[in-house]
Design a protein around this ligand. Sequence first.
Ligand code: AMP
Length: 466
Amino acid sequence: MAKGNEKAKSFQSPRGTHDILPADEVLWEKVRDSMRAISVFYGFERIETPHFEDTDLFVAGVGRNTDIVAKEMYSFKTRGGDALTLRPEGTAPVARAYAEHGMMNLPQPVKLYYLDSFFRHDKPQRGRYREFHQWGLEVMGDESPVSDAEVIRVFTLLLEDWNLKDYIIEVNSIGCPVCRSPYRAQLTAYYRSRLRGLCRDCRERFRENPLRLLDCKEERCAIIRKSAPQLLDKLCESCRNHFRLLLEFLEEMKIPYALNPHLVRGLDYYTKTVFEGFLEEPAKAIAATPEPVGGDNAASVDGGAATPAAAGDGEGPPPSAKRLAVFGGGRYDNLIELVGGKPTPACGGALGIERFVGIIRDRGKVPVVPKPKTFFVQLGELAKKKGFRLMEDLRHAGISMAESLGRDSIRSQLKVADRVGAPFALILGQKEALDGTVILREMSSGMQETIPQDKLVETLRRKLKH
Ligand code: AMP
């Protein structure tokens, strides 16, 4: 509390973070329920890892020169001198857990999912937060492209379940160390004589992470990139076969995809497959936003992005819509070894929940909140006390209930009952509390009857059926 004439400071959530208020939770929980149900159906088990990890886990796993590690981590030293980092992504921690807990001894593949929040110190924009939530899927211990295809399929199933059918998947293969190192040399040779034409970031990327030159959004860099050598043409036989099979799986499942030879995803641990899923963002949502649209909007991703497959249900977005990255991932066959495990092929991906929820909301697909079936009205102290027993009976019977215990007048309580739309009110006064009865009021007609409390559940069940 503020003392004397000291003015109390009014606090806001830190920049780039947001509260999920009760009104938002309805949609968030529905979305998370869908994610849990789809994950479980496809054999993924939930894993939760700590919010922070050894900083070196991300340096070794994600890569020292990646944007995430070099620019975006919330790192700190503990009082004991440990170097820790708020997790910026979920794959390295899950790989660490797989290695640490000997999951390679379980039947393979081990399929894990997470629903967690992550932290990146990036410039906050529409759809880009400093603490954000992801639904992640990881398949560990399987080298077949069917796993890559399954991860992509499961993400797209969520979109389809929510009637978001105008998605497109961009896919690429960034090869393995065998084919990537000669390619990197060719790429570097190509860019060396063109350095002056690149943006400042790209000149830095040239030195530190040349593959990332391929996904720069600057126009002048895009022009230079057009004639750059492409890794897809230089894949070794094993990577080429893996990619070909993945595309065959996608075709078989009728998942709309486009090859994007410039998609690299900027994390060192990826091998072979990388992918990203995009949805159209309605123009009105973009116009309504005070912040510029995020830099990883695929409107700026070129390289053969095809028009999304027709949704076929006439619910497509308006023509001036932009595309928004909602999920991404890939294969990471060397990561588990890098963080202390045995060499284990694996793949996975993550979907941004803020972006998904934002799109659902912008398109008006928010689910209707179910109304409570009953409203409990009490009059007097004894009724308040006895009421808790009745509420428990309803809870055990699975009959939903709302109340306004803080209110005393019957009129004001019935007004709330009306507002929340409960079809029945249960009225408990001093008399009813004493003789073990309750008044059941049908809200639409105002008709009332007094019934014994031990017959309440049975009577309600019968009436609700009708
Ligand atoms: P990434 O972990 O960068 O591959 O991102 C996977 C997905 O998470 C993206 O497609 C976005 O939907 C979401 N995402 C990534 N970064 C952010 C962020 N800073 N704020 C909100 N969502 C994000």
